[in-house]
Design a protein around this ligand. Structure first.
Ligand code: NAD
Ligand code: MN
Length: 813
């Protein structure tokens, strides 16, 4: 027998990592209490739950079952702690986060063992990936705590944050939540997943060790229906950060609608893994192993759809099957195992159910010849071929080690197939032609794109979804904004708006009084009484043309004295649908150069300026405000167009340098079609302040002008017509603002909604947005002073108009 023969036939022996440190730690602590105010508390229910070791199927530990009474106590502890923590200097918070990172490293072996025991994921992964990334996340955010004052001026912490995490990366998801929250000065009540509470409880101990002030981090184990829902509904929780399934995320969106709670959702995925025919197929095979068999495929961004160029499909599938035959499955603590256990019996059944359905749907299933261990929850790596794109297994997230493969012929077909999903979390592109890969990457609707690699993560590079994969980012600077709010918002809540700063809606007595005063002061050269009525009925503005409303009806527009000053088209559902279609057809706008978009915004300003006097009078006529006041509004509108033109070619991406040979390109992309409902205050400025940033960033829009004072917006038709703006980029539908906003919110082809109206309207928009999980930006009935730059323009607007895509480009041979 030659050495080579021995090498090829040699069997793996067991290479177990010792479970003892984990089991000893459990024995010392159980039954585990709830972690509130840095102390272990008994649950109000007096009940405890088992957590299971999926590698054996046997109970591992008993943890407390919290209920809403415990949530009450924890939230109030977090509230009290926030009083101080929210004002603690960034440097002090940085020291705590740094200490946490150090302690995680010190306890890394125990944490890795506990994670493998509780979740069933292999020790190789917990040791080499989960725990190091957890530490990295705290280090990285220690830095942001240090820099918050200088890098996020004008922002403050949100307050008490409720955080709910899944079981697939228990400690890592916890780190992604807690690190930025604490860095930005928030306090936390966190609910680990029912199946995997142990590492979070070890983390609680670390919080004690580093002397984190009591109440800053509180951890409640228990059932979703008891803890999760109570957290989501708690009135004193200012933000919910959730990672989990899209259905639960949708429920949370509805439950928090109108409450004013900030919300970030990291949801499911069905991510494409695209292989072009010039890719290095051996690397591709290893990439597929990492994409779908990493963590047993229980990965939100798993490359679960293999899309292969047709001419190499047979070759790749053959190589893949050979590789699958060699994968090793077994006890998570065995260091020589590739695939561990599925987290629970329920999850195992669900995977089996979907695989059966795939077979029934006519796809060809392949599994390796070896058998899985009979004890514990195991599922073999599974590959489907002959999958048609519309079937269940091609569309539904299986969340298990199951890969479905499909073929394409051209890059365009690959992109279309890749985007044929309601999700948009991640994508992986394999080609040795970097030009092709970098051409395809921006066309993929996903928050992360990996070029010739997959499942790479780093704290510096934000992670999060497009579409039904949710919104908000974790990691990167963009992730910080999920945990702060502009300081002026809090000040606004404290001080009621005064009429002179334009807060009061038009037509109210206080405005009339102001006008009278200004008359006396001799400021007003014109008032509504001196203007003859203008008989003009603007139509709707759709696809660059003035279109008659479908209803054939129009509605009267009144001045503050309730005299009819004009009529506007009564838009309806059909008009909105046409407008959305036009906006979609104009999506090429996102690919126009930023220079071009800037030029058009300047041109709009130029054309508006030509008719300045007309626009001033129109504002006076609709609002009864003074000429001078209206002139200021028009001037500010012009300035705003300039601001957005300026930003169009300056609000750019970043290049991250995570710890790898390569770069991550964080690109700011347009969201797509944005539906916008305009505020009643400042009819021209409110409209321009929303149109300009949206289109500057490459979105196309359907905008509903103020219902009370729509004529300033409809007067812009001619401005747009003469400004070279492509047809369909701006579509304007007048009528009943809230009814039309509702249609936009329900519409599945609208990607985001901005709503500036009433509190009830805000709630309806958030509620309806859950349908396709569109992003929302609403004002909860609070008005803004659009004249003030911090409230009417700048980064907040640009951020709402974009989403960050991180494109990972490793290099080297
Ligand atoms: P899940 O939605 O069932 O549960 C997630 C968490 O929410 C758990 O802690 C659970 O107890 C809690 N929860 C469940 N119902 C709730 C309710 N009504 N109110 C409040 N909390 C509730 O998801 P899961 O099965 O634990 O995790 C798998 C899912 O998570 C997959 O869909 C996966 O794609 C997704 N995921 C996404 C990401 C991401 O970053 N986008 C990361 C990991 C997992
Ligand atoms: Mn468990």
């Amino acid at each position: 027998m030659s050495v080579m023969d021995i090498f090829e036939t040699m069997e793996y022996g067991p290479a177990p990592e010792s479970a003892t440190p984990g089991l000893d730690w459990i024995k010392e602590h159980q039954p585990f209490g709830l972690f509130i105010n840095n102390q272990w508390a008994k649950p109000a229910s007096g009940q405890y739950l088992d957590t299971i070791n999926p590698s054996t199927g046997k109970p591992l530990a008993q943890v407390a079952a919290a209920n809403s009474a415990d949530v009450e106590v924890a939230v109030s502890a977090a509230r009290d702690a926030f009083e101080l923590w929210g004002k603690t200097p960034g440097h002090v918070r940085a020291r705590y986060l740094y200490a946490i990172a150090r302690h995680i490293q010190k306890h890394s072996r125990l944490l890795a063992v506990l994670e493998s025991l509780d979740n069933g994921k292999t020790i190789r992964e917990t040791r080499d990936l989960d725990i190091p990334l957890v530490a990295r996340h705290f280090y990285y955010h220690a830095g942001w705590a240090q820099l918050m004052a200088s890098e996020l001026p004008g922002y403050e912490p949100v307050g008490v944050v409720g955080q709910i995490i899944p079981w697939n990366f228990p400690l890592l998801m916890m780190a992604w939540k807690i690190a930025p929250a604490l860095a930005m000065g928030n306090t936390v009540v966190l609910k680990p997943a029912r199946y995997t509470p142990l590492t979070a409880l070890k983390f609680a101990e670390i919080c004690q060790e580093v002397g984190l002030p009591p109440g800053v981090v509180n951890i409640l184990t228990g059932e979703a229906s008891q803890v999760g829902e109570a957290l989501v509904r708690h009135p004193d929780v200012n933000k919910i950060a959730f990672t989990g399934s899209t259905d639960v995320g949708r429920g949370i969106r509805r439950a928090t609608a109108g409450s004013g709670k900030k919300l970030s959702l990291e949801l499911g995925g069905k991510s494409p893994f695209i292989v072009f025919d010039d890719a290095d197929l051996d690397s591709v095979v290893e990439g597929v192993v990492d994409a779908i068999w990493f963590n047993q495929g229980q990965v939100c961004c798993a490359g679960s759809r293999l899309l292969v160029q047709e001419n190499i499909a047979d070759r790749l599938i053959e190589k893949l099957r050979n590789r699958m035959e060699k994968l090793r499955i077994g006890d998570a603590l065995d260091k020589a195992v590739d695939i561990g256990a599925i987290v629970s019996a329920v999850q195992l059944q669900e995977i089996q159910r979907l695989v059966n359905q795939g077979v029934e749907e006519g796809a060809v299933m392949w599994q390796p010849s070896w058998a899985c261990p009979t004890e514990g929850f195991y599922f073999p790596p599974t590959l489907f071929t002959n999958v048609s794109p519309a079937t269940t297994i091609a569309q539904v997230e299986i969340f298990g080690p199951v890969l479905v493969s499909m073929t394409f012929r051209t890059p365009a077909e690959a992109v279309a197939l890749a985007n044929n999903t309601r999700y948009g979390l991640a994508a992986s592109v394999w080609s040795d032609n970097i030009n092709l890969a970098l051409d395809v990457a921006p066309k993929l609707k996903a928050g992360t794109v990996w070029v010739n690699c997959t499942n790479m993560f780093d704290a510096s590079s934000g992670f999060g979804g497009y579409r039904e994969s949710g919104y908000g980012r974790e990691g990167g600077k963009e992730g910080l904004y999920e945990y702060v709010r502009p300081s002026w918002e809090t000040q606004r809540i404290d001080q009621p708006a005064s009429p002179s700063n334009g807060h009061t809606p038009v037509g109210t007595p206080s405005i009339a009084t102001e006008t009278d005063e200004q008359h006396e002061n001799g400021h007003a050269a014109f008032s509504s009484t001196t203007l003859p009525p203008i008989d003009r009925t603007p139509k709707l503005f759709i696809k660059g043309k003035q279109e008659r409303p479908d209803s054939g009806y129009s509605r009267d527009v009144y001045d503050p004295q309730h005299r009819v000053i004009g009529q506007i088209g009564e838009g309806n559902r059909k008009d909105i649908r046409n407008a959305v279609e036009a906006a979609h057809a104009a999506s090429g706008w996102a690919n126009s150069t930023t220079h071009n978009r800037a030029q058009i915004l300047y041109y709009i300003a130029e054309n508006l300026a030509i008719r300045e006097d007309e626009f001033i009078r129109r504002i006076v006529q609709q609002t009864g405000r003074s000429y001078k006041d209206a002139a200021a509004e028009v001037q500010t509108s012009l300035s705003r167009l300039f601001t957005c033109a300026a930003w169009a070619d300056k609000y750019e991406g970043t290049v991250h340098r995570p710890p790898l040979r390569g770069v991550v390109l964080a690109m700011k992309e347009a969201i797509g079609v944005i539906g916008i409902a305009c505020p009643d205050e400042q009819p021209l400025l409110g409209f321009i302040s929303l149109v300009a940033p949206a289109i500057a960033m490459g979105n196309t829009i359907v905008i509903i002008p103020s219902e009370q004072a729509p004529l300033s917006a409809t007067d812009c038709y001619q401005v747009f017509e003469t400004s070279d703006i492509p047809a369909g980029v701006v579509n304007i539908v007048t009528g009943d603002r809230d009814a039309l906003a509702q249609v936009l919110s329900d519409h599945d082809d609208v990607d985001a909604i901005w709503y500036f109206g009433t509190a009830e309207g805000s709630q309806r928009v958030e509620m309806a947005s859950a349908g396709n999980m569109k992003r929302t930006w609403v004002n909860y009935g609070h008005s803004r002073n659009w004249l003030v730059p911090i409230q009417g323009e700048g980064e907040e607007f640009l951020r709402e108009a974009t989403q960050v895509k991180n494109i990972w480009v490793p290099y080297g041979e």
